[in-house]
Design a protein around this ligand. Structure first.
Ligand SMILES: C[S@@+](CC[C@H](N)C(=O)[O-])C[C@H]1O[C@@H](n2cnc3c(N)ncnc32)[C@H](O)[C@@H]1O
Length: 250
């Protein structure tokens, strides 16, 4: 799929279609971590900034915010937010040898999740190259462990109603419609779109390979109704999650 036309097509209905991390983050971990690494003297790069949802958190806490995105449609919406210390530029984070401004902090929320796995590696490297030595990157990334755990939960819920795993309607597992090799490599379908999901162990391998040292690998947790259509009220922790990874550039 051509990322650019895909995201330009989504742009007009972006807020209805795309999962809002800030609105669903149960423990408000994302604003907490942004604050923890913010500094009024520093510049932050918002990689795949979309329509600028993060600016309300980034702009007041950094000297300058540079937002990049592949979609002009989304960049126009981001521009309309009117933050005076935000500059925007169209760029493809997967491009080889992409030249980005040098920054103190990089922030990248649910962007590096390409089904073409080479693009993910290239993107992590590009973010790494944009950082000053010792700079910090905050990545929000889909969790393979969470996707598998949510489906395990679903099977358990059916079991309680007397439905055996083999009898569960196939559409309940539409997330896992790729091959075995796809699944092992973390390709899970979200709204029909193959989306790279990461295991925690995998991140501990691939981020150092891209030049990072992981300092924090934690979870942004969501309510169960973000994953299951009719989640019972008693269903509590562990909740479904995205990874939040904080790294420094080596
Ligand atoms: C799920 S949205 C997340 C947007 C934003 N970070 C947020 O959390 O609201 C993914 C974003 O990545 C952008 N994107 C997709 N492919 C890209 C690429 N190759 N280079 C730069 N941005 C890309 C999309 O246009 C979209 O804005």
């Amino acid at each position: 799929m051509n990322d650019k036309s895909h995201w330009n097509k989504i742009a007009p209905t972006y807020n209805d279609e795309i999962f809002d991390v800030y609105a669903n983050d149960r423990n408000k971990r994302l604003p907490y971590y942004i604050k923890k690494y913010s500094d009024q003297t520093k510049t932050v790069l918002d990689v795949g900034c979309g329509n600028g949802k993060s600016f309300q958190h980034l702009a007041p806490q950094f000297r300058q915010v540079i937002g990049i995105d592949i979609s002009q449609g989304l960049l126009s919406q981001a521009r309309a937010r009117g933050f005076s210390n935000v500059t925007l530029k169209q760029a493809d984070v997967t491009r080889k040898q992409l030249r980005l401004p040098t920054v103190d902090v990089a922030f990248c929320c649910n962007v590096i999740m390409f089904a073409d796995l080479r693009k993910n590696h290239q993107s992590f490297q590009n973010v790494n190259r944009a950082l000053k030595k010792g700079g910090t990157a905050l990545f929000v990334l889909p969790s393979l462990d969470s996707a598998l755990f949510s489906s395990w939960r679903l099977i358990e819920l059916y079991r309680r109603e007397g439905v055996r795993p083999a009898e569960i309607p196939a559409h309940e597992f539409h997330y896992f419609k790729g091959t075995k090799r796809d699944l092992i490599q973390g390709i899970v379908y979200i709204d029909g779109v193959p989306t790279k999901h990461y295991s925690g162990s995998e991140l501990r391998v691939i981020l150092p390979e891209a030049g990072f040292t992981i300092t924090t690998l934690t979870r942004i947790e969501y309510e169960w109704d973000t994953e299951l259509a009719s989640a019972p009220g008693w269903l509590k922790a562990p909740y479904p999650w995205d990874w939040l990874v904080v790294c420094t550039k080596n």
